[in-house]
Design a protein around this ligand. Structure first.
Ligand SMILES: [Zn+2]
Ligand SMILES: [Zn+2]
Length: 240
């Protein structure tokens, strides 16, 4: 299985990540990726870049080292209604957004509250992917999540970093298995993301691919197996 898009990577703009956009792009080219998404943390997280960083992304090259570049954000889900931390005037200028529940910012609530938060974020038309929804520290009703992903055409992420560093997230494999079985049943598309915080991890999907193979997950429901499929899910047709 070859994945051509890495939709989830961070750069030095988030100071707990350690590579530049150029370093990530070069790594993506070496990995044979066709599309790379730069999705730094939106401003509510303590060491995230300022809002001006997101406003100015339009100055960047659309292609680096032969890799098509997309510039977005990993938004923080700020409350149980699913509100996020960039307003529409900025969101409309970005290529796409991931929305994630980060416990550093929002304390995990009940399963009902957490699910409501993720569903609320999916109702935001700029949110195209729900990031790492597999952390057992944030219990979620996966049936509700998958059904709403279907309704809103939101991709659910299989996050390679969560699988690699499962020590700080809980029941990652078990929760992913449950979510993926439901995705298959309801025909919901997933996006595999490296969530790289260092260039060496860009395009590294090893653990995710191993899991998807193990459960024989249908390739047609994996967004990053085709640039066209991915761009269509972003609502961008084949611009990229
Ligand atoms: Zn995250
Ligand atoms: Zn991330």
């Amino acid at each position: 299985m070859q994945l051509l898009v890495d939709p989830h990577t961070h750069t030095v703009a988030s100071t707990h990540a350690y590579s530049t956009i150029l370093e990530n792009a070069l790594a993506a080219a070496k990995q044979g990726l066709k599309v790379l998404g730069i999705t730094d943390h939106a401003p509510a997280l303590e060491d995230a870049p300022h809002v001006l960083y997101f406003q100015n992304l339009h100055i960047l090259d659309r292609e680096l080292y032969g890799v098509k570049m997309l510039y977005g954000a990993e938004l923080n889900i700020c409350d149980y209604e699913g509100r996020v931390d960039l307003d529409e005037t900025i969101l409309e200028k970005l290529d796409y957004c991931i929305a994630s529940f980060h416990t550093a910012l929002l304390k995990p609530g009940t399963k009902k509250q957490n699910t409501k938060a993720l569903l609320g974020a999916m109702d935001n038309p700029y949110v195209k992917i729900i990031g790492h929804p597999e952390d057992g520290n944030i219990p979620v009703d996966y049936l509700e999540l998958v059904k709403h992903a279907k309704e809103t055409k939101t991709m659910l992420e299989v996050n390679n970093s969560s699988l690699r560093t499962a020590y700080y997230r809980l029941n990652v494999r078990e929760n992913l298995m449950e979510m993926l079985q439901l995705c298959e049943k309801y025909g919901v598309t997933i996006a595999v993301g490296s969530d790289a915080h260092f260039a060496n991890a860009v395009g590294n999907f090893d653990c995710a691919i191993e899991l998807l193979k193990e459960i024989d997950f249908p390739q047609e429901l994996i967004a990053n197996t085709s640039v066209e499929k991915f761009s269509k899910l972003l609502g961008r047709e084949v611009e990229i």
